[in-house]
Every structure is written in C-alpha cells, then in structure tokens.
Write a protein that binds this ligand. Structure first.
Ligand code: AP5
Length: 214
C-alpha cells in the first residue's frame, strides 16, 4: 500500500502517518524528519535545508527529490510506504510518478488531512518536538508525562524554530500557493481521499482506516 499524506503544515500528517506505518507495517518517510535529522547531525544537506526551513520556504527540489526516490527503492518499501511532506509541488509529484512508473508501480492513495488555517496557527504554537527522536507532542492535546521532557527518549522537547507564528504564516501561504494544487492533481488520478483533520486524533485515524481497510 503506497500512501501520500497531504495537508497544510500542522494538519496532523505526521501524527497520522506514524499510526498508519504502525498498523500497516510500512515505513514512514518524512522529508521534514530527514532534514531535521541532517540539521542535528550537522551535515552539509542539513545546513542548506535549514536556511530555507527557518524562513518557512520549501527546500529546493534538487536537495529533496533524490532523498525520496532513493529511499522508496529500498527493500523495506517493497510492500508500500507512507510519504509525509512529499510531494509538495507538482514537479515533485511528477518526478515521483515517473520513478514509480520505472518500477511498474503507482501510488494507491493520497489522503488530504483537511484543517482550516485558523486552527493551524493555534496548533503550531502548542506543538513541542523532540529534536533527538522526532516524537511530537502538544501542550494541551498530547502533553508529555513530565513537562518539557520527551516520553520516548528523555530529551528536552522544544518549540521548533519554524513553528514561531510569523514563520507559520509564511508556511501556510507557501502551502496554498505550491502544495494545495496537488489536491486537484490526485483528484484527477482518482486516488484522492479527504478526512476531517479537525476531529480528535483517534477519530481522524478511524476515518483513515475506513478508507484503507483493516
Ligand atoms: P515538515 O516537517 O513536513 O512540516 P509540515 O508539512 O509543515 O508539517 P508539520 O510537521 O509542521 O505538521 P504535520 O501536518 O505533520 O502535523 P503534526 O502531526 O506534527 O517540513 C518542514 C519544512 O521542511 C518545510 O517547511 C520545508 O521547508 C521543508 N520540507 C519538507 N519536505 C519538503 C519537500 N517535499 N519539499 C521542499 N521542502 C520540504 O501535528 C501538529 C500538531 O497538532 C502537533 O502538536 C499534534 O500533536 C497536534 N495534532 C495533530 N492532530 C491533531 C488533532 N486531530 N487534533 C488536535 N491536535 C492535533
């Protein structure tokens, strides 16, 4: 099962993608997580990506596309994968389709987690992320057991640099301009499904399971 998660920044793509990966035993591939891991490790890719991410801009395709096309040919992807944060532009979607066609494959589902902009701003201010293991929390909806400490690995959880209100506004405008057109792209392919991302997380996941099957 090959799945793309679509949706605005903070819509809950990562939250749902992790659960999908767990239930259907397929890898969760998040370009945002890959960039953050590179930033943490101090790689050249991380340094380049950070300059764009901190401004709320997309990282250029030449730094992004190969990360995914090289990843999906790995052995653990043979039964499928869930992509989170990729593709983000029509050009990325077309490259992905070509890479899959070369393998005689195609995407099965594009799931749009639909959340209006006004909900997003509130959510992002409350998100806390572990820069060590990538776990995400929310100060109200998903609090850590011990304040400020990751339940999974014991490292501090922080407000991501790109979750500050001005950067979130920029990310939302970039989303509407460059990523939202993918909704029509996948509608035309007949694989678009939409879930109401304003519902509680477990209800959003139940909606996704109804789409994907047990
Ligand atoms: P990325 O990490 O992909 O960021 P994003 O798409 O902006 O998405 P987020 O991770 O912010 O949010 P999410 O939808 O996963 O929400 P989450 O589940 O955490 O990318 C970061 C940057 O990297 C980009 O801006 C860009 O610069 C670069 N980049 C990445 N991929 C790229 C690409 N393909 N091309 C170019 N550049 C790229 O949830 C958010 C919060 O809400 C959490 O606190 C969560 O607990 C809470 N929450 C989740 N669901 C619910 C719910 N149902 N109800 C209440 N609260 C909820």
């Amino acid at each position: 099962m090959k799945i793309i998660m679509l949706g605005a920044p903070g819509a809950g793509k990562g939250t749902q993608a992790k659960q999908i990966a767990g239930k259907y035993r397929i890898p969760h591939i998040s370009t945002g997580d890959i960039f953050r891991a590179n930033i943490k490790e101090g790689t050249e890719l991380g340094a380049k990506a950070k300059t764009y991410m901190d401004q709320g801009l997309l990282v250029p395709d030449e730094l992004t596309v190969a990360l995914v096309t090289d990843r999906i040919v790995k052995d653990d992807c043979k039964d499928g994968f869930v992509l989170d944060g990729f593709p983000r532009t029509i050009a990325q979607a077309e490259t992905l389709d070509r890479a899959l066609a070369d393998m005689g494959q195609k995407m099965d589902y594009a799931i749009d987690v639909d959340v209006p902009d006004e909900n997003i701003i509130n959510r992002m201010g409350g998100r806390r992320a572990c820069l060590n293991c990538g776990a995400t929390y929310h100060i109200v909806n998903v609090p850590t057991k011990q304040e400020g400490i990751c339940d999974a690995c014991g490292s501090p959880v922080v407000l991501r640099d790109d979750d500050k209100p001005e950067t979130v506004k920029k990310r939302l405008s970039v989303y509407h301009e460059q990523t939202q057109p993918l909704i029509d792209y996948y509608k035309e392919q007949g694989i678009l499904k939409t879930v109401d991302g304003t519902l509680p997380m477990e209800d959003v996941f139940a909606g996704i399971v109804r789409i994907l099957g047990d």
